[in-house]
Design a protein around this ligand. Structure first.
Ligand code: BTN
Length: 273
C-alpha cells in the first residue's frame, strides 16, 4: 500500500493540469516544463535575455546544476521535490529587488502551511525553515542598469516528498514536508498554490503597498531575538537579531549594545541562546 501511494505521488507534474488550474494567472501563459535540466534559473535567464514575457514559468523534475546562494549546489533527487523559477519584469529600482525574494518566501510559507499544516518560517534572507531545519530556499537573480530592472528570476526549491536527512551531500540540517508530516503531498497542488499566492502578493507589491509585507515577513522570521553570527566574507559579526528593515536589511544588536544593519551575508543561528 505504502509503495502504491509513493508510486502515485512520484508521478511527474502535469504541465497541462498546472496551466488549467492556474487559469488566467500570469504564470499560466508561458510554462516550460522539463524532466531534467541544468538549472531552472539558468533557463529562465536565457529566456529573459531573448525577450520572454513576464510570468514565464520554468518547472523541472530534476536539475543537474541546481544552484543555491553563495555558489552552493542545490541537491534534489528527481520527481520528489519542487524545483521552479519565475521570470518577472517589475517596474522597480534595483534596490527593491529584495522585496521579490521576500514575497516569494511569504507565498511559499503560506502555501506550505495551507496545504500541509506545516508551520514554515523564513530565515533571512532566503530560506524556508521549519524549527531548526531547512525546508526550502530561494535564489533571486536579476539584470538591471542603475535605475531600471530588466528582469528578475526567482527560483524556488522546496523539499516535499523525500528524506534529506538520509543524504550525505546535504551539508546543513534539512527537512521536507514528508519528514514533518509523515505524509506524501501533491507537488502539483503546492506549486499551483505558491504561484497563486505569489501572483496576488506581486500585484499588491507592484501597486506600492510594501508595508503589509514587511510586517508579515518579520512575523514569519524565525531568527528574530536569536543570537546569530553573520559571515560577510571580509568580516564577521555577532549579535542578537532585532528585526528586518524595510530595505531588507537584517538589524542586529551587537554585544556592546550598538546596532548594525546587514544587507548581505551567511547567517548561522545559535538556537539555544
Ligand atoms: C538557497 O537555499 O541557497 C537557494 C536554493 C534555490 C534552489 C532553486 S531550485 C530551482 C531554482 N533553480 C536553481 O538552480 N536554483 C533554484
Amino acid at each position: 500500500m505504502e509503495a502504491d501511494i509513493r508510486a502515485l505521488l512520484d508521478l511527474p507534474i502535469d504541465p497541462g493540469t498546472v496551466k488549467r488550474t492556474l487559469g488566467r494567472s500570469m504564470f499560466a501563459k508561458n510554462l516550460c516544463y522539463f524532466g531534467c535540466v541544468g538549472s531552472t534559473n539558468d533557463v529562465a535567464k536565457n529566456l529573459a535575455a531573448s525577450g520572454a514575457p513576464e510570468g514565464t514559468l520554468i518547472v523541472a523534475e530534476e536539475q543537474t546544476q541546481g544552484k543555491g546562494r553563495l555558489g552552493r549546489r542545490w541537491i534534489s533527487p528527481g520527481y520528489v521535490n519542487l524545483l521552479f523559477s519565475v521570470l518577472l519584469r517589475p517596474n522597480i529600482l534595483p534596490d527593491r529587488v529584495f522585496s521579490l525574494t521576500m514575497i516569494a518566501a511569504i507565498a511559499s510559507a503560506d502555501a506550505i502551511r495551507t496545504l500541509s499544516g506545516v508551520h514554515a518560517k523564513i530565515k533571512w534572507p532566503n530560506d524556508i525553515y521549519v524549527e531548526r531545519r531547512k525546508l526550502g530556499g530561494i535564489l533571486t537573480e536579476f539584470k538591471a542598469s542603475v535605475e531600471k530592472v530588466d528582469y528578475v528570476v526567482v527560483g524556488l526549491g522546496i523539499n516535499v516528498n523525500w528524506s534529506p536527512e538520509d543524504r550525505d551531500e546535504v551539508l546543513y540540517p534539512a527537512t521536507s514536508i514528508l519528514a514533518e508530516t509523515g505524509r506524501y503531498s501533491s507537488r502539483q497542488d503546492l506549486l499551483v498554490q505558491i504561484l497563486k499566492d505569489l501572483e496576488t502578493d506581486y500585484k499588491i507589491l507592484m501597486r506600492g503597498d510594501v508595508e503589509s509585507f514587511y510586517k508579515r515577513w518579520n512575523e514569519l522570521c524565525c531568527i528574530r531575538d536569536r543570537v546569530v553570527q553573520v559571515d560577510m566574507g571580509e568580516k564577521e559579526l555577532k549579535g542578537r537579531v532585532l528585526r528586518i528593515d524595510r530595505d531588507g536589511a537584517l538589524v542586529i544588536r551587537k554585544q556592546g549594545g550598538e546596532q548594525e544593519r546587514v544587507l548581505w551575508g551567511d547567517v548561522s543561528v545559535q538556537w539555544e541562546v
